[in-house]
Write a protein that binds this ligand. Structure first.
Ligand code: FPP
Length: 252
């Protein structure tokens, strides 16, 4: 079989179940071309569509993308407004294809901070796609890991105060269950595009054992081939979860 025929090139045994992406470089992509930053975000939507399709085709079950960080609220108002409008228009235009392709949409982050219209569109899309089974696309919106952890701690304290949780029963599982990601497995692979090599307050708890892959490609140029490269790199790594290489080989 030709190594270029889609899925075959990446060994199915080593497909990460959950891929998280920091979609960086939209602004620089636009600047390079003398375009407004918002054009970069618009092309970022195309890249997300292509990457989501490819991920589903490769057999990835969960894709979590950093669409808007807590820190992004500090960007110029015109850019924040444009990103929120893009979210609404993307949901409207993409939902029919999401339904056809079996994509379930979920979101993490402080969604209360989203403008009412964006939040309503998002919630409608989550409801409409909730039975889809091919892949789950998790949008991190108004999200930062420290904010998520802070909200989780508040939730835990409130459970203790209500008498439904004893302090001595708080363990890693309890904390995980209070995070926005409670119903998803931890990411196996974290990809950051755009050439920077930082985690930027993204899924800090959840990526404890994830493999990291940094790509110099600006997000609007990301897609199937770039994802394949990241999955190939992932497949070639040995994940030891703190154990020795010999122990891992014995388990196989
Ligand atoms: C980071 O690039 C990207 C963002 C803050 C926004 C991500 C949004 C999209 C990819 C649009 C599609 C998503 C949805 C859900 C409709 P940057 O602006 O920080 O780039 P720079 O580092 O080059 O300035």
């Amino acid at each position: 079989m030709s190594p270029h025929e889609g899925q075959e090139q990446v060994s199915p045994t080593f497909i990460p179940r959950h891929v998280a992406i920091i979609m960086d470089g939209n602004g620089r992509w636009a600047k390079q071309r003398g375009l407004p930053r918002t054009d970069g975000h618009l092309r970022g939507q195309d890249a997300l569509r292509a990457t989501l399709r490819a991920a589903a085709e490769f057999g990835v079950e969960y894709l979590t993308v950093y669409a808007f960080s807590t820190e992004n609220w500090g960007r110029p108002k015109e850019e924040v407004d444009a990103l929120m409008e893009l979210l609404v228009s993307a949901i409207h235009s993409e939902t029919p294809d999401l339904m056809k392709e079996g994509v379930r949409i979920r979101a993490i982050g402080d969604l209360e901070r989203l403008p009412e219209k964006a939040r309503r569109s998002l919630m409608d899309c989550i409801e409409e796609t909730k039975h889809n089974k091919q892949i789950t696309l998790i949008l991190a919106l108004s999200y930062s890991s420290r904010d998520e952890l802070t909200r989780a701690v508040r939730g835990i304290v409130s459970d203790v105060q209500r008498g439904v949780l004893r302090p001595e029963d708080i363990d890693e599982d309890v904390l995980s269950r209070h995070l926005d990601t409670a119903s998803f497995p931890d990411p196996d692979l974290l990809i950051r595009t755009g050439g920077e090599e930082r985690i930027s307050n993204y899924l800090l708890w959840q990526v404890a054992y994830a493999e990291l892959f940094f790509s110099s490609v600006y997000w609007p140029d990301f897609g199937k081939e770039a994802l394949r490269e990241a999955l190939d790199a992932y497949a070639s790594r040995e994940r030891r979860f703190g154990k020795t290489s010999e122990q891992i080989q014995l388990e196989d």
